[in-house]
Design a protein around this ligand. Structure first.
Ligand SMILES: Cc1cc2nc3c(=O)[nH]c(=O)nc-3n(C[C@H](O)[C@H](O)[C@H](O)COP(=O)(O)OP(=O)(O)OC[C@H]3O[C@@H](n4cnc5c(N)ncnc54)[C@H](O)[C@@H]3O)c2cc1C
Ligand SMILES: NC(=O)c1ccc[n+]([C@@H]2O[C@H](COP(=O)([O-])OP(=O)(O)OC[C@H]3O[C@@H](n4cnc5c(N)ncnc54)[C@H](O)[C@@H]3O)[C@@H](O)[C@H]2O)c1
Length: 509
């Protein structure tokens, strides 16, 4: 009997796209291979972290034996219920944002925009299915990885069990990711709610949507659904949205969401959810007042919980915390030196590119660091990230503080942003006091994510503001903001003495 007959995976709606997706990332007819006598690496979880470890190790052509175990959908959150579906529907919602902005651009827009929500979701499912072959069981098998579908768990210090098979390992990697944290709200389980695992299965637009949690998931999806035609109330426990971001940046996004008609409830505690004839009624308190709102659907984006359950970590001496995940040192080694971890299961940076970068560290440290020599450290990474609201917030490195100097360029002073009617936002670059060394940046702009890599490159390669100001940036581009910041820094170097010297030179030129 194939493993999948025991544990058939269904992605709703069951249409041609989702069937194609499942055929790639959890094929119903998959037969788990006969295990090798011993594996150099056994990887549990085939999300970004697990896939990168497995492909990287097997793809080196060194004949390493690698096993990869996935209980649900290969590709993990990113492909199936995270980055890919969210960014795809955000793309459709941005068209609506552009149309709303049309009146500022001399385009008269009809008062009623016809949004075909089922078509938006179908496009997302088609794209997700079309790119899923990259993460497919078949592709990984063709790379030389033994792919096992089923739930993996440790049986002893060198054995992992999956679907009745026993895999002996020299080293193992835990890459089981995280899931949406269940909200502790009375009545919400009975009323039912969406998370990132179910929201992308919608085929009809919820006319009224409550989003609980004003982090990246809540803000990205609240804006997308609002633009796609839902009436949205965003309920957040903090005093402002996106509390992990630069305050000024979060304010720009917050004001945009309000301007676009999202009802924002801050400092809120949702006390109870009750099912009524009109839908789901949420009772919440905010700033001493009690209020309620009735909606068709509730979407929860209130943080992530690591998938530590069922792995039998106690048996192999791997310490973990139910909230923070598997404990690792800077080399991504767990408290069992033969077992490593990567990705959302063990890291505060819960991003696909962070999982990818961590996976590369794990390959190096598990396979190419004899006696621990030459190991790579997580703390050596320079990690950028982007929240894909419109405008986007992109960040890397340190924040504004008394320890750094900050240069701020508003996009209202950048010609291309003015021409684009995209002036809401700014660039802040932080550099060391008394030096041009860049230590961090935040960009708020429609395509901030496309600009942050220039600054990340500068930080990684220690290219200071002096050198950046010599880099020609095409006119007119929004990235010119970076050049403007570098030029602003250069001007701060002009002391009265250097000015005098320059004046002297011009006289003889
Ligand atoms: C809505 C949303 C949008 C996001 N957008 C972005 C974005 O735009 N950019 C970005 O960088 N990041 C984004 N992220 C975060 C990103 O998806 C995660 O950081 C990334 O997927 C983490 O990868 P991972 O491999 O650590 O874990 P996961 O992707 O969660 O993969 C873990 C895998 O392990 C499997 N597994 C668990 N337990 C077992 C077991 N016992 N046996 C076998 N298999 C098991 C799971 O089924 C899963 O497939 C988003 C997340 C969400 C939820
Ligand atoms: N663009 C991206 O890279 C991207 C997009 C989405 C998610 N992610 C990743 O996924 C992770 C999880 O995102 P998230 O938004 O779920 O989590 P989060 O923890 O970043 O934000 C959730 C917010 O919800 C609030 N909250 C928690 N419980 C609440 C309640 N009961 N009522 C009201 N508010 C409540 C919290 O104060 C918090 O600020 C992020 O940390 C991020 O790393 C990344």
């Amino acid at each position: 009997m194939s493993n999948s007959e025991l544990d058939r995976v269904i992605v709703r709606p069951v249409d041609e796209y989702n069937q194609k997706l499942v055929a790639y990332v959890h094929p119903p007819n998959w037969v788990n291979p006969q295990p090798a006598d011993s594996y150099d690496l056994v990887v549990i979880g085939a999300g970004t972290a697990g896939l990168v470890v497995a492909a990287g190790a097997a793809g080196l052509g060194l004949g390493l034996k690698v096993a990869l175990i996935e209980k649900h959908l290969m590709g993990g959150d990113c492909l199936n219920v995270g980055c890919v579906p969210s960014k795809t529907i955000i793309r459709s919602s941005r068209v609506v944002g552009e149309i709303w902005n049309g009146k500022n651009l001399g385009i008269n827009i009809p008062s009623q925009i016809d949004i075909d929500f089922p078509a938006v979701m179908a496009r997302m499912r088609r794209i997700r299915a079309d790119i899923s072959h990259h993460d497919s069981a078949e592709r990984f098998a063709s790379l030389g990885v033994d792919v096992f579908l089923g739930s993996g768990k440790f049986a002893s210090s060198d054995i992992v069990e999956v679907a009745g098979k026993t895999l002996k390992f020299k080293k193992a990697v835990i890459a089981t990711g995280a899931r949406a944290t269940k909200p502790a709200i009375i009545g919400i389980e009975q009323a039912g709610y969406l998370t990132n695992e179910t929201v992308f299965s919608l085929i009809q637009r919820p006319e009224k949507l409550a989003v609980i949690g004003g982090g990246p998931i809540g803000c990205e999806l609240a804006q997308a659904f609002r633009r796609l035609g839902s009436e949205v109330v965003l309920i957040h426990s903090g005093s402002h949205l996106l509390n992990k971001e630069d305050n000024d940046a979060a304010q720009v996004v917050q004001q945009t969401l309000i301007k676009e008609g999202i009802r924002l409830v801050l400092n809120a505690k949702v006390e109870e959810v009750v099912t009524v004839t009109e839908g789901k009624r949420l009772y919440f308190s905010t700033n001493g007042y009690r209020d309620s709102v009735t909606v068709d659907e509730i979407l929860v984006g209130a943080g992530r919980s690591p998938n530590v359950e069922g792995l039998n970590l106690e048996a192999v001496g791997v310490k973990y915390d139910k909230r923070r995940g598997v404990e690792v040192n800077d080399y991504l080694q767990t408290t069992n030196p033969k077992i490593y971890a990567a990705g959302d299961i063990c890291m505060d940076w819960k991003f696909t590119h962070a999982a990818d970068a961590a996976a590369r560290i794990v390959i190096k440290n598990t396979l190419f660091s004899p006696f621990g020599l030459g190991r790579s450290k997580l703390s050596s990474l320079v990690m950028p990230w982007v929240t894909y609201t419109d405008p986007e917030i992109a960040h890397v490195g340190l924040y504004e503080s008394q320890d750094v100097e900050t240069i701020k360029i508003p996009f209202s002073s950048v010609d291309r942003a003015i021409a684009d009617a995209q002036e809401d936002g700014f660039l802040k670059i932080h550099h060391k006091k008394g030096s041009d060394e860049i230590v961090g940046a935040t960009i708020v702009a429609t395509h901030a994510g496309e600009m942050i890599s220039e600054i990340t490159t500068a930080i990684v390669n220690k290219i200071g503001l002096n050198k950046l100001s010599n880099v020609i940036h095409p006119y007119p581009t929004q990235a010119e903001a970076i050049k403007k910041a570098a030029d602003t820094y250069r001007r701060t170097l002009l002391t009265p003495r250097t000015k005098k010297l320059l004046g002297f030179l011009t006289k003889f030129s």
